[in-house]
Design a protein around this ligand. Sequence first.
Ligand code: SF4
Ligand code: SF4
Ligand code: SF4
Length: 418
Amino acid sequence: MNFSIMFDKDKCKCCTNCIKRCPTQAIRLVDGKAFINNDKCIHCGECIKVCPYNAYTPEPIEWYEEMHFSSYKHKIAISSTPLYGQFPKGTDICKVQNSILKLGFDSVYDASWAAEMVGMAIKRKINEEKIRPFISTNCPAVVRLIKNRYPSLMDHLILIKEPMVIAAMLAREKAKKKLDLKDDEIGVFYLSPCPAKLLAVTDPVGDYKPYVDWVIPLNTIYGELYRELVKGDNGLCSHPSLNGTKWAVSGGQSESAGLTNYIAVNGMENIIQILDEVENGNLTNVDYVETLACVQGCVGGTFNVINPFIAQSNINYILGNTKDESIIEELDEFDEMYESGVFKFSLKPEENQGKFNMKEAIIKREKIKEIYDKLPGLDCGSCGAPTCYAHAEDIYNNESTLYNCVVLRANKITEEGR
Ligand code: SF4
Ligand code: SF4
Ligand code: SF4
C-alpha cells in the first residue's frame, strides 16, 4: 500500500510559500526548486494547500487495481467522521452509505462509533493518571510533529488508539464472526480526509496493528460517490453515533468525551504556539490539549472536497437533525474492552528514544545555536532553508555550509573589496 505527496518540479516557481509554511521545516530550495526531506515530512498536507501553482498533489492511484481490491472476499469501507459533511446539507446519511457500497464494498463501518468509545477511553485515562496536560494522539501529523520537534512532550501523549484503528478492528472482528472468514479474506479500506492517516497505517507510532489494509484519499473517489448519490436508491443504513460524529470538528472529541477543562487547537501554526506553552510548563492546569493539524479539524483535511467551514456547518446540521440511537453492542462492552487494554498502546521503542536522548538533544541544540550565532538572522530564505536557524541545523547535519548563506557571502565580498 502506498500513496504519497507528488511533486511536479516544472510547476514550482520558487515562491518559497511551502518552505516557509512547512511545520517541520522539511522543505528546502535546491537548484531553484522545492525539495522535501522525507525523513522530516509528517504528511500534514500543508504544502499541498499553500502552493499557489499546484506543484504538490496527492499521488493519484488507480485504487481498484493497485489495492488488489477484487482479491478480498469481503471488502469493508470505514467512513471517517468528516465524510458526511462533504455532501449538501440535508443529504440522507443512508444514501451516502449506499453510494459507498455501490463502489464495490460489501459493508460500511461508521467510524463515529469507534470515536465515541475512544472518547470514553480518553476520559477514563485522564481520570486515572496525573499527567497534565495530556495531548491527543488521533492526528498522526501532530504526533509526528511532537516526535520531531518536541521530544520532551512525548510523555504527555495520551496513548489511546485513534478511532480509525478501533473501527477497523471492530469491523474486521464482526465480519470474521458473522461470515466465518479468515483475516486475510477481509479487506479494510479507510476513506481518509488527510494524507497523515497513511503514515498512521504504514508506520504507526504505537506497538499496535492498524487493522487497515488501504487508505483511500476521499477526493479520489468523491466524484464516483457523488454520481451514485444523485442516482438515489436507499437500501441499507447504519446510523452514525452523533456523539462520535463530533470528532469531525475541532473541539468535538473533547466534547464527545465530556471533558470540561481542555484546549482545542487546530492548524499547525496554532498548535506550535500551544505546544511551546506546554513545553514551557504553562499549561499544567489543563487536563487535555486536543490538537488537529487541519484548519477547523478533520473537516479541513487536504483530501476533503468541501470548504472546511461549510463542512463544519453541514456536520452541525447533522448533529441537530439526526435521530440519536445506539445501534452497536460494543458500547455496552466498553468497560470490559477498556480493562482488557483494547484501547491503550505503548510507543514503539524507537519512538521512545526522544525521551532517553534529552541530554543529547540539549547538546545538539547548543551546537546549532553556536552556528546560528554566526548567521545574519535575517531569515531571508536565499540559502534554500526557511530560516537562519533551519540553515544552522542543515550545517550541523553536514547538509550545507556557512558559504551557502548568500548574505554572509555578500558581506565577505564587500569587506574584501574595501
Ligand atoms: S506534508 Fe507537511 S511536513 Fe511534509 S513537506 Fe508538506 S508541509 Fe512539510
Ligand atoms: S509553494 Fe513551494 S512548490 Fe509551490 S511554487 Fe512555491 S516554492 Fe515551489
Ligand atoms: S540570512 Fe543567510 S542563513 Fe539566513 S535565511 Fe538568509 S541566506 Fe539563509
